[in-house]
Structures are given as structure tokens and as C-alpha cells.
Design a protein. Structure first.
Length: 232
């Protein structure tokens, strides 16, 4: 029979299960065959003897929302779309927008602009790892491995390298010539590679947005943990 753990008392090593037949079954630690300790809401399979549950096996663990440290800094586990947008994207967007508005108010060469620009740079460094850890958890929710990050990092690196190779000589010439007019960059092999890589990068970013930003994760537990979205 299957049921849900109602609760478990670590002090007395006793717990109770609400069976899917509508009855309540008590159990003790010796009856538990699953990993760890029973958690409220866990779906279990058990043998019912009168009003006692024995040979209890975990079918699907209940999802535990990560704490702040785990959410922002650990790549383990899964998070839902709502967690991703409300706990990371929205705060990131609000903070970045406020800082950019302050920089614009201060003017291009003001002390406020300089200070805010420094804060923006520091903010970008601070959120670099959390952005990776959170994206990995979203990938896990879609039952994808973290290696999928290479699908966007590799095109980014190649695009930057080709862009530098294409525009580098022009930038150097502009720096050496001072106010002298500088010819626009010719469409050479590096320029073609930059354009092609830019298109590839754009397509990959669209795919990332749809796949990991918009689509629901695996229904039920997968290899990375329980489903963060509870069934209705």
C-alpha cells in the first residue's frame, strides 16, 4: 500500500502514515527501509498490519526548499521556474536598473557615476557564481546535466576572441592615431566568423531562455532530487 508520512518524532523514533485507503498507520524507526529519516509529506510504500505500517520504502521524497545559502551558492538539487524568476532574475533586474538610473542621474563624468559604475562592476562579480549555481539547479529541474552550460560559454568565448581579432587592429590604430580618422573594419575572415558566432550565440540564448526559463521541470522526482512543484 502507498501513503504519505504525516510526521516523525526523532525523540521517540515513532511516526505515522496516512494511507491512500484513508486510514492512519503508526510506525517506528525499525520499520523504515528508506534512506535518511522520514519527512512529512514523503510518499512511501508499506505493508499494513492492522493499524501498523511495516517494511516502509521511500517512493518519492518531499521537496525541501533550499535556504538562502544553498539557493545562491550550491549547484545541487532543483529549483522551479517561479523560484528562478522571483528569487534571482527579479532582484537582479531591480538592483541593476536602480544602479543604472543612479549613474544616469549623476551624469557621464560625475563622482556619482564613477562610484555607481564601480558598484555595478562589483555587483557583476558578486552574482557571477550565484548565476551559474542557480542555472545549474534549473538545468537539474529539466533533468539536464551542468555540462549544458558549455553550450553557451563556448560560443561566448569564441565570439569574444573573434571580435577582438576583427576589431583589435582598428582599436590599436585609433589609439595610435589620436584624433585622426580611422577606417571602419574590413569584413575579413575574422569579421565573418564574428557574425556567424553572433548568430549562433543568439540562437543558443533563445534556446536557454525557453528551455530553462519557461519550461516546467520534470514531473516527479528525477536523478537530481524531488519535484519542487507540488502536485495540485
Amino acid at each position: 500500500m502507498r501513503g504519505n508520512v504525516i510526521g516523525f518524532d526523532r525523540d521517540t523514533n515513532t511516526g505515522a502514515i496516512s494511507g491512500h485507503d484513508g486510514n492512519r498507520y503508526d510506525f517506528v524507526t525499525q520499520d523504515w527501509r528508506g534512506p535518511g529519516t522520514p519527512q512529512r509529506g514523503d510518499i512511501v510504500d508499506f505493508q499494513a498490519i492492522e493499524r501498523r505500517a511495516t517494511d516502509i520504502y521511500l517512493v518519492e521524497a518531499i521537496y525541501k526548499p533550499p535556504d538562502i545559502g544553498h539557493f545562491y551558492f550550491s549547484p545541487r538539487g532543483r529549483i522551479s521556474r517561479s523560484q528562478y524568476w522571483l528569487k534571482f532574475v527579479l532582484p537582479y533586474f531591480v538592483i541593476s536598473t536602480v544602479l543604472q538610473i543612479l549613474a544616469a542621474i549623476g551624469g557621464p563624468w560625475s563622482a556619482l557615476n564613477t562610484a555607481v559604475s564601480a558598484v555595478l562592476g562589483l555587483f557583476g562579480l558578486v552574482v557571477f557564481w550565484p548565476s551559474i549555481a542557480i542555472m545549474v539547479k534549473r538545468m537539474h529541474d529539466r533533468n539536464k546535466a551542468a555540462w549544458y552550460l558549455l553550450a553557451i560559454f563556448v560560443p561566448v568565448v569564441l565570439f569574444i576572441v573573434s571580435l577582438c581579432a576583427w576589431l583589435g587592429p582598428v582599436v590599436v590604430a585609433a589609439a595610435a592615431g589620436g584624433d585622426a580618422a580611422v577606417e571602419p573594419p574590413a569584413m575579413n575572415a575574422a569579421g565573418v566568423a564574428t557574425v556567424v558566432l553572433g548568430i549562433i550565440l543568439f540562437c543558443v540564448e533563445i534556446w536557454f531562455f525557453v528551455e530553462f526559463g519557461c519550461m516546467r521541470g520534470t514531473i516527479g522526482a528525477n536523478r537530481y532530487g524531488p519535484d519542487p512543484v507540488r502536485p495540485r
